[in-house]
Design a protein around this ligand. Structure first.
Ligand code: ZN
Length: 287
């Protein structure tokens, strides 16, 4: 069933666990994520990125919402990293439960202004706004340690930001980065606990691909209640497709067993589902 994001995340926080939020790009990835959630009987969040919404448009967004409605577990549909209020409103009108109004690249005052407008917009749709303070580094080379440090979420500023915006959830920058990191960066857990002591809304951790179970669970124990995973799931899906291609060769013969579209998708879905299952167990089964 389609769920309210804030309710899912708040309930997880009360129980000392987190909700996994996984990016989807297609009906097949949505299926992989929902099958994992249904097998574990856990709530989950389906996330759509701005590029996917631009590509797939209303059909993709509505298909994702319908999939959530039909699921046997509570499922929220979330628009990830969006600075465009028009797109946020459009997604709410198509049934999305929440959005990250991302002003993290703006000045503090501009970020406050954008987030406030998004919060006002969301209230008329009973939707939830996640905000982001502090800038999440990408994995590009040339980022200095000082630059990363300067971009981390400042605890006192977080308090002022939440009070000024009325955001319901806050994405933090504590050394986490987007993309898969084989050697995960050290997370600033001291900073995370300071942020948690300054704000009383659920905190969100982006870039959990490759962070490892221990880091993720420690973040949850300090107040993180939504964990975003994208790269790892997508890569599993793509790897399964690549492996299939190597096995089948350049000219699939659709009359032969294992070489047609649904065969390929079945393999890719299974691979992605396995990765989602692993992350869902990490976030929901705290030691
Ligand atoms: Zn993110």
């Amino acid at each position: 069933m389609l769920a309210n994001t804030l309710e899912l995340v708040s309930e997880a926080r009360r129980r000392g666990v987190a909700v996994g939020a996984f990016n989807t790009y297609s009906i097949e990835l949505t299926q992989a994520i929902l099958q994992a959630a249904e097998h574990l009987n856990q709530p989950v969040i389906l996330q759509l990125g701005v590029a996917s919404v631009k590509t797939g448009g209303e059909p993709l967004v509505r298909a994702t919402v319908v999939a959530a409605q039909r699921a046997h577990v509570p499922v929220a549909v979330h628009l990830d990293h969006c600075a465009d209020l028009g797109m946020i409103e459009q997604c709410f009108s198509w049934g999305c439960s929440s959005a990250l109004a991302d002003g993290s690249h703006l000045s503090f005052a501009e970020n406050v202004a954008l987030t406030r407008q998004a919060v006002a917009l969301a209230s008329s749709y009973h939707a939830t706004i996640e905000a982001e303070l502090g800038y999440l580094a990408g994995t590009e080379d040339g980022v200095t340690v000082e630059a990363v440090k300067a971009s981390l979420t400042q605890p006192e500023q977080a308090r002022a930001f939440v009070a000024a915006t009325g955001a319901s959830m806050l994405a933090v920058a504590i050394g986490n980065v987007h993309g898969f990191t084989p050697n995960p960066p050290p997370l600033d857990f001291e900073r995370l606990s300071q942020i948690a002591s300054q704000v009383d809304i659920p905190l969100i951790l982006h870039g959990a691909s490759g962070l490892g179970k221990e880091n993720v669970q420690r973040a949850i124990s300090l107040g993180v209640a939504k964990i975003n995973v994208n790269t790892e799931v997508r890569t599993a899906f793509l790897s399964a497709i690549a492996t299939w291609g190597l096995r089948v060769g350049p000219t699939p013969d659709v009359r032969r067993s294992g070489q047609d579209w649904l065969d390929l998708m079945r393999e890719a879905i299974a691979a992605a589902q396995m990765v989602v299952t692993e992350h869902m167990q990490t976030v929901a089964m705290m030691p």
